[in-house]
Design a protein around this ligand. Structure first.
Ligand code: G6P
Length: 363
């Protein structure tokens, strides 16, 4: 097993480090030299009849779906995200112009499969975004788009999240172009950033100070993760990762929601991780002030070039400067490392956390 872990102490750390290669495969051949989206399975025009996109998913895949919703909304495409477990009891109305996208790494999550069947029975067109060729989701959906992340052994999803987001971003661009009949002015910048992403992740992994930081932030009352825009799903995903493998209390919030309740819990024993993507950062800085004035230490994750944010926070995890959509993924990589290091210091069962399964095949 040591050999399979490729010299890493845990599969999770190996898989975190595999992200540059996984992302490379995710986008390979799918972005042309002149910054066009080329999805072999979905030529231009495939989605011209789509009116609304519904995304169904669980766990980490649910956070990737939230991320995709933001990208679609940004391109003017109405999109809603549903927790698959909820969808099975309260399905959303669909019409024949609804595209249902099931996001599932394994393609075998029972709640997600049930919700796909419900949507299909109601007449929706279905598409699986999955890692596993031949999985049930890939077979039962009308279409499938593969994320090519390679096998993921660690129960806590890492590389599959990054690959899901990258592939969903490409799908979002295809859908947006087909539906609106136009190419968004921001597309070139986004595709350029995705092309640079494997290198940027490599750089982030090589230069991360997450390990040093983790020693400072173990055994705290609780950890909050905040962000806005795509920083919000990153906050949720980072909190999920933290609780899954450290067994410590962690919650993710939309930065703007802090003042509507969670702020009551903030004390000097709360560590707040604030995600900055280069978009609406000034607003998130206000939230940083709110928690710091209550004594909470703040770890900011932002572009290394942003000195204002570095000065406003107690600790700083730096990422390369890039498009906000890619910045969110880079911040997520930093926070994967934080969770991993804290869990390791606490001696947790990182690859197989208690009570959790890699794929939940019962409803
Ligand atoms: C389980 C795993 C999570 C995963 C979720 C959805 O709960 O522990 O890591 O995100 O299932 O899995 P899927 O295969 O549908 O993406």
């Amino acid at each position: 097993e040591d050999a399979q872990r490729g010299g890493f102490d845990h599969y999770m750390l190996k898989e975190i480090n595999e992200q540059p290669a996984a992302l490379d495969r995710a986008i390979k051949g799918r972005i042309t030299d002149d910054k066009d989206v080329h999805l072999e399975e979905f030529p231009p025009g495939t989605f011209e009849d789509v009116g609304v996109v519904h995304l169904l998913a669980c766990g980490t895949s649910y956070h990737a779906a939230l991320y995709a919703q933001q990208i679609l909304a940004d391109r003017g495409i109405p999109a809603q995200v549903f927790s698959a477990g909820e969808y099975t009891t309260t399905p959303a109305p669909v019409t024949d112009d609804t595209l249902v996208v099931a996001v599932t790494q394994s393609g075998e999550t029972a709640d997600t499969l049930s919700s796909i069947r419900i949507a299909a029975d109601r007449g929706a067109r279905t598409l699986a975004v999955t890692n596993v060729i031949g999985s049930t989701a890939a077979r039962v959906c009308d279409d499938a788009l593969f994320i090519r992340a390679g096998p993921e052994i660690g129960v806590a999803a890492t590389k599959t999240f990054s690959s899901q987001v990258a592939v969903l971003a490409l799908l979002a661009e295809r859908i947006a172009e087909d539906v609106t009949g136009a190419v968004d002015p921001d597309r070139e910048a986004l595709l350029a950033a995705l092309t640079e992403l494997p290198g940027h992740v490599e750089q982030t992994l090589n230069q991360s100070s997450a390990e040093a930081l983790a020693t400072q932030f173990i055994n705290r009352d609780e950890q909050f993760f905040i962000g806005r825009g795509v920083g919000y799903p990153v906050a949720l995903e980072s909190a999920l990762k933290f609780k899954e493998i450290t067994y410590e209390h962690a919650e993710g919030f939309a930065a703007g929601e802090l003042k509507h309740g969670p702020l009551a819990l903030v004390t000097s024993d709360t560590t707040v991780f604030a995600v900055f993507t280069g978009r609406h950062d000034e607003k998130t800085l206000k939230n940083v002030e709110e928690v710091r004035s209550r004594g909470a230490p703040v770890v900011a994750i932002a572009a290394g070039t942003d000195h204002e944010i570095a000065e406003a926070a107690d600790e700083f995890l730096s990422i390369p400067e890039t498009h906000p959509v890619a910045a969110g993924l880079l911040a997520n990589v930093q926070l994967q490392l934080v969770s991993y290091r804290v869990a390791d210091l606490l001696g947790r069962s990182i690859d197989k956390p208690r009570n959790l399964a890699k794929s939940v095949t019962v409803e």
